[in-house]
Write a protein that binds this ligand. Structure first.
Ligand code: UDP
Length: 323
């Protein structure tokens, strides 16, 4: 297949690009490099610098690539920022993403795989969370992803587009070549590793009075290569709809800190801070549907293995992609 990857210079996009290339597919990466990195684009991929907002540039790139499928990763991802600037999120994650649907329709692209999120569920009522749970996002980021899922579904119903929306839980880990390098960094594992190397004085634990065994929030950390595998399976599948991707297990903030401590052998200064608004105590995926429908088989079940891959990448890229 030739796959057009919008947002292929970002964290999950770059790992998925690498995975598809390793499996014999051809990739065109389309990325504005607003938050992505040029060095994160696999050298085996074609690269087009462009923004989804520019329909003519996007149309030309899709027409040139004549892809069999499109994967859409090119979204803004910071929950806190989305609360401060909601229109930024709706403009890019919804309005600009519509351009991608348009380019797909105009160029006869059969399938779109969309990078969605557990944030579409908001505060879950039941755990583990299955796809049928109520979708009640509690921030514009999650709402923008849900809105685009619905747009894809209407394109499916009315225009025959095939789509799969993959709702990731907490993406983590790295490949040999590609890892997580966000500016600013807000995600737990990279922040804990920065505290381990002394780039940051300490890691703040946002709340230790949750109703969990150790009082800190629990999340379902899923390796980025397992996410990449699901994207390829989704491209190859005829299934249309939304699927959760997680391990079905949970690790608390304290367990993550302990795992990083074990893996890197450094002391990690910790400070308890107030709760972060909008954080559910626990998020755990029910991914039975992805396993059944796509034949998805996640390889990394264990947090230490996920952290080891992230730490190995950090050893090779101490300053991320800026070298
Ligand atoms: N967290 C924390 N300290 C930090 C960053 C995150 O205690 O410096 C917690 C956060 O409250 C959440 C978990 O770690 O319970 C995972 O947060 P992250 O931002 O990585 O992902 P999210 O679950 O928000 O998508």
């Amino acid at each position: 297949m030739h796959v057009f990857i919008a947002g292929g210079a970002g964290y999950i996009g770059s790992c998925t690009t690498e995975y598809l290339l390793d499996h014999g597919h051809q990739v065109t990466v389309f990325d504005a490099l607003l938050n992505g990195h040029r060095q994160a684009v696999d050298p085996r991929a074609n690269f087009v610098k462009g923004n989804l907002a520019e329909l003519d540039v996007l149309e030309a790139a899709v027409e040139q690539a004549r892809p069999d499928g499109i994967i859409h990763f090119a979204a803004f991802i910071e929950v806190g920022e989305s609360m401060k600037d909601p229109l930024k999120y709706f403009r890019n994650n919804v309005a600009n993403a519509i351009n991608l649907c348009q380019a797909a329709a105009d160029n006869g692209v059969r399938k779109v795989v969309f990078s969605s999120t557990a944030a579409v569920y908001g505060m879950p009522r039941h755990l583990p969370i299955a796809e049928q749970e109520p979708k009640q996002p509690i921030n514009p980021y999650g709402e923008s992803k849900l809105m685009f899922e619905k747009i894809l579904d209407w394109q499916h119903q009315l225009r025959g587009l095939q789509y799969t929306a993959l709702r990731y839980f907490n993406a983590a880990g790295a490949t040999q070549a590609h890892g997580e390098d966000h500016h600013p960094e807000t995600h737990l594992i990279p922040l804990v590793m920065q505290a381990a190397t002394g780039e940051r004085r300490q890691i703040f634990i946002y709340g230790d009075d949750y109703d969990t065994p150790d009082g800190t929030c629990s999340r379902d950390y899923i390796h980025v290569l397992d996410l990449a595998q699901a994207h390829l399976l989704a491209l190859e599948s005829d299934y249309c709809g939304s699927l959760n991707l997680g391990t079905g297990g949970g690790n608390s903030v304290k367990q993550v800190i302990d795992a990083v401590r074990r893996v890197c052998g450094h002391d990690i200064p910790v400070e308890i801070a107030p709760r972060r608004p909008g954080d559910p105590a626990r998020l755990v995926a029910d991914s039975a549907a992805a396993k059944r429908i796509l034949g998805w088989k996640p390889q990394f079940e264990n947090l230490d293995a996920i952290v080891e891959s992230a730490w190995a990448w950090k050893q090779r890229h101490p300053h991320g992609y800026q070298e």
